[in-house]
Design a binder for this molecule. Sequence first.
Ligand code: DAH
Length: 335
Amino acid sequence: MSATVSLQQLTDQLVALESEAAAEISTATTAAELEELRVGLLGKKGRLSGLLGAMGKLPGDERPLIGQRANVLKEQVQNLLGERLKAVKTAAMAERIARESLDVTAPCSYTPAGHRHPLISTIEEIVDIFSGLGYRVSEGPEIETDHYNFSALNIPEHHPARDMQDTFYLGEGRLLRTHTSPVQIRYLEQNPPPVRVVAPGRVYRRDPVDATHSPVFHQVEVLAIDEGLDFSHLRGTVTAFLQQFFGDLPVRFRASYFPFTEPSAEVDVQWRGRWLEVMGCGMVDPAVLTGMGLDPERWSGFAAGLGVERFCMVRHGIDDIRRLYTSDLRFLEQF
Ligand code: DAH
């Protein structure tokens, strides 16, 4: 009974499958659904294979007829799947375009770009100029010892800078460095001459806050040690640096005193018609060199130190140092 299947029956079933498939395909809405239909219809265990399994029960001369009909169905179903897939994709794209369309009349959300703080860009500019002159950059710790901050720099026991009034002492011989000059010593300990180094950093002093003083501020230290360096090298370097920073202005050196340099000088630039004191410098005192185990008959050099806040304020016409620390955007946005 069940063994008999006629050519007509099989053909009818193929026709029925074809119209069912067409209906299912036409209502599929996603690529995944279509793939599922394809596997269910044409796959190895799909419905077409199921029908063709029965083909073996037909007389041999009828089988090719069914085979041909099955091929027609297969091609038809594949075409329908392909066309529907195209339609589904086009619809998805149209939907996406509609969803992502840009409303050029919508109010904008503006995120202002940040930029460097004027103090930081001043430090970078100073360091860049010295890098251009062949100087390396080094930094030392902000918590220093009495040795590096004072003794090794030839600052005597009773010097006013050592006073409790001026220096933040932390106990156990430690203190907050009052200048960047200790980096001279630290760098020389690690790097035998010849050296050329520039050392930016934060320094601390017990100064009450006013328009020109802050207990925390920034300095840049400069040190060059080599054979045969003399005051003309110091003068040339400092002048070249200042003229690069401030522009081609008159620069003058005045005799001064620092314990770690001899001779020492203070440097002024003529800024908008007025002489402004901008940095200290001098030839490294032989006592400092000897303390480092360097023979002052062979090695000589110069050092300089400057206050970054002052450079920044002069350059930008800032009248009060506190503006640099209060993070007022109305102020900062001008730079
Ligand atoms: N350390 C000095 C200060 O804080 C500045 C200074 C002066 C540094 C002369 C130097 C120098 O290297 O040669 O006032």
